[in-house]
Ligand binder design. Structure first.
Ligand code: RUQ
Ligand code: CUA
Length: 765
């Protein structure tokens, strides 16, 4: 615990320890050669290190949003440093963020209930960022849940999940989230065929009753929410639809969804039948589905839909009649379909083929316009001739999966699962340019903005499924391995291995960090999940406990370093709703709130109001405290919930403390406070003598320090009032509180001073 030493002393101690640390580091380090020798590093290693190493305080050029697979989350990390910055809770409760513990986020998770059932898990696969003219703009992020067909919206202003929508007709999905070039729609395609209605249909009716589908979720950018009332779906045959992409440029208005198991095989290994894997890989080709989604949106608006589970669906026969749905054969068990940056081609890789196929949109369009079809599938959907639609086919390796584009013209990278390689090739000329080994078995790969109209090149990440021998063993469950590759030269160069200890990521998207504009704090009293002022907000001095409709509402505040109220007494069986507003304005001053035995942790960032409702069902004493180490007196940020047995009267007995104070204690405290004020004044003098206004972070710190000084003045006044009445006990305690605000002011002042020193502030003329 902090002793009451004078601030001059604290300042000197801080300076000495900084000086010592600098001296110790230089004595230990040795020369670069020594370190290379000791750690067995090569020149190539050093070069890789220099390309990724980010000195303290340095920022990354790109941010990555990676799916977290079965963790139901999204992971955020920086490139080139590969430092993990955040796991965003999406489909799964996450206590650090209070997600699934506070009432506000519980309401978001509750949107994801399916048939009344709470689903606390998601299999996140493909994140997609909002786009403007085919380029990602960094406003919102979407992510799908493959296991329980759902789509989530994350606001990149605060990196919080705002909405979950449940797909009304799908029982499984995969081909989402893909975003149209101006974010009008977010696409979701089903995976394993099932009846679109809910309920039982025997497998003997597979061909007639089981279906696939694509859903176009309308995105309302102003509200930052998907709008189910303006969303629609398209019925598809019972093939296993897979990944999707939206066209852009010349192919804008079209979407592409490939499929596997167009054999429509239904398995049955337990009955002695060959398993799915055999029956679903029999044919040489499957189908990519081409949908004219702009025309589909018009059909939906014209009411040419059938309501299924209360959701409008354009049926296949309507789609065929209106000429909005076509099929093109694609070689063997395809996986990714990726539209080129200019929108003229799309590339499909077949898992069981060694080729990547480049389809020409111009050729496809000409065939459609001429009604030049090669045939029809069993559901009457026109099929185009594979050869007539191809631009080229290129042998890229065994088990190609996904494609990403470079900033350099015609350059594409394909992940090769079986060979554990990445192949770099030219899709205009059809030439393979380079291959690099990865460790091991790559799924998706991701270049910087490599799926947009203007890829940024520079780096590529190989999202590998297996780590095997790359890291220190941590038991049979291994992390995944994301490998950073330099693609700026002719040859790809492996730079860095990052273990992913969260879940199995599938796709990831990178965006220039400069495009993101996250906020530092919320407006005071903010419900972050609904993006509006919380009806439960309160301000310092207005804290209250109110009984309404049988619920005891506590309107509280959190600030360094106390929780108001500090004592809450209720009767057994009472329903209690706690609402805490973090009234800090300072950056990075989050407070937590946990209480014994109630399974709750709140994360209350500056400005936020978070609530927790519970029934005080068992009499007892329940301490509560702040779970973020927010200040020197963080441990003292505490309180008691007292639950009185039914029928027992509240005792107003005087609070009995362990200590009382005299005039001598008071005088001593005052002396200390006055000395401290002198130090604060000198720090303030140091800052204001310099051009601190040129530094945004310092201006924010000075604002915060000013707040703390105002609180100090308040406590000082109370202390003096009690002293005037001769109540030295309360006078001393308030003087101590005055000192606490001084400590916080000095702490902030020192931070500002260090910042100025490190960033070359100059003395005012
Ligand atoms: S998919 S790699 Cu969703 Cu390719 Cu997993
Ligand atoms: Cu607030 Cu610790």
């Amino acid at each position: 615990m902090m002793k009451k030493k004078s601030f001059a002393k604290i300042l000197t101690t801080a300076t000495i320890s900084l000086g010592l640390a600098g001296w110790a580091a230089s004595a230990w380090a040795g020369s670069l050669e020594d370190v290379m020798k000791a750690r067995g590093l090569t020149q190539k290693d050093l070069l890789a290190a220099a390309k990724t190493y980010t000195p303290t305080g340095g920022r990354d050029e790109f941010l990555v949003f990676s799916s977290g697979g079965q963790s139901g989350q999204v992971m955020v990390y920086g490139i080139p440093s590969m430092r993990i910055l955040k796991y965003i809770a999406v489909f799964t409760p996450e206590p650090w963020q209070g997600y699934g513990f506070d009432d506000e986020s519980k309401a978001v998770l509750a949107q994801g209930k399916i048939k009344g059932k709470t689903i606390n898990f998601g299999d996140t696969h493909h994140p997609g960022i909002t786009e403007t003219n085919g380029d990602t703009d960094g406003e919102f992020l979407f992510i799908n849940d493959k296991a329980n067909p759902r789509m989530a919206v994350i606001d990149l202003k605060d990196f919080e999940t705002k909405q979950i929508v449940v797909n009304p007709i799908m029982k499984s999905e995969h081909g989402g989230a893909f975003v149209s070039p101006n974010s009008d729609y977010v696409m979701e395609a089903s995976q394993y065929p099932a009846p679109l209605e809910n309920g039982y249909v025997p497998l003997s009716k597979f061909n007639e009753k089981y279906r696939g589908a694509v859903t176009y979720w309308k995105f309302d950018r102003k509200k930052g929410r998907l709008d189910p009332s303006k969303s629609f779906s398209l019925e598809l045959p019972p093939y296993s639809q897979d990944l999707s992409d939206f066209g852009k440029g010349p192919s804008d208005g079209w979407s592409f969804t490939n499929s596997f198991c167009t054999e429509r095989y239904i398995g049955g290994i337990e009955k002695g039948r060959p398993p799915f894997e055999a029956g679903c890989s029999q044919k040489d080709t499957d189908f990519v589905h081409m949908v004219n989604w702009k025309k589909a949106a018009e059909l939906f608006k014209a009411g040419k839909t059938t309501m299924i589970n209360g959701h409008p669906v354009i049926m296949m026969d309507t789609a065929v009649k209106e000429g909005i749905l076509f099929l093109i054969p694609e070689p063997k068990s395809p996986h990714g379909v990726d539209v080129t940056p200019d929108g003229k081609f799309f590339i499909i890789a077949g898992k069981l083929d060694t080729h990547a196929s480049v389809y020409s949109f111009a050729k496809i369009k000409a065939l459609i316009d001429a009604k030049d079809y090669a045939g029809k599938d069993p559901y009457g959907i026109p099929i185009l001739d594979l050869k007539k639609t191809l631009h080229t086919q290129v042998q890229v390796g065994l088990g190609p999966l996904h494609n990403q584009y470079d900033s350099k013209e015609c350059i594409v990278y394909t992940s090769i699962y079986v060979d554990s390689q990445i192949t770099k090739w030219n899709y205009c000329t059809g030439k393979v340019l380079d291959k690099i080994n990865i460790h091991y078995n790559v799924g998706h790969l991701m270049a910087m903005e490599g799926d947009t109209a203007h890829p940024k090149g520079k780096y590529l990440v190989s999202l590998n499924k297996l780590a095997i021998d790359r890291f220190n063993p941590v038991g049979p469950l291994h992390p995944q391995n994301h490998q950073l590759i330099d693609i700026s030269g002719d040859k790809m160069q492996l730079l860095y291995d990052m273990p992913v200890p969260l879940g199995e990521p599938h796709y990831a998207v990178a965006i220039q960090a400069s495009k993101l504009k996250p906020k530092v704090r919320y407006k005071l009293g903010w419900n972050s999940r609904e993006d509006k002022k919380s009806i439960w907000r309160t301000r310092p001095g207005r804290e209250k406990i109110v009984k309404k409709d049988g619920v005891t509402h506590v309107y509280g505040t959190l600030i360094r370093s106390h929780i108001t109220p500090e004592i809450i007494e209720v009767e057994e069986g009472e329903k209690v709703s706690l609402h805490f507003t973090n009234v800090e304005r300072a950056q990075d001053e989050t407070h937590g709130f946990a209480i014994n035995n109630f399974n709750v942790n709140l994360s209350v960032e500056p400005g936020k109001t978070a609530s927790f409702t519970f029934t005080a069902d068992k009499p007892g004493v329940y301490p509560y405290y702040c779970t973020e180490f927010c200040s020197a007196l963080h441990l003292e940020m505490q309180g008691y919930l007292l639950v009185r047995p039914k029928g027992v009267k509240a005792s107003d007995a005087a609070v009995s403390e362990g200590q009382t104070y005299t005039k001598a204690d008071y005088d001593k405290q005052i002396k200390n406070n006055v000395a401290t004020q002198g130090v604060i004044d000198s720090v303030v003098g140091y800052i204001t003598a310099r051009n601190f206004k040129s530094f945004k972070s310092v201006v924010a710190l000075v604002e915060d320090a000013t707040d703390q000084l105002n609180f100090a003045a308040d406590a000082k006044k109370k202390s003096e009032e009690f002293a005037a009445k001769g109540d030295y006990n309360n006078a001393t305690l308030w003087a101590q509180q005055w000192f606490q605000y001084q400590v916080k002011t000095a702490d902030i002042g020192l931070r500002a001073k260090t910042y100025l020193d490190e960033h070359g502030a100059v003395v005012n003329k």
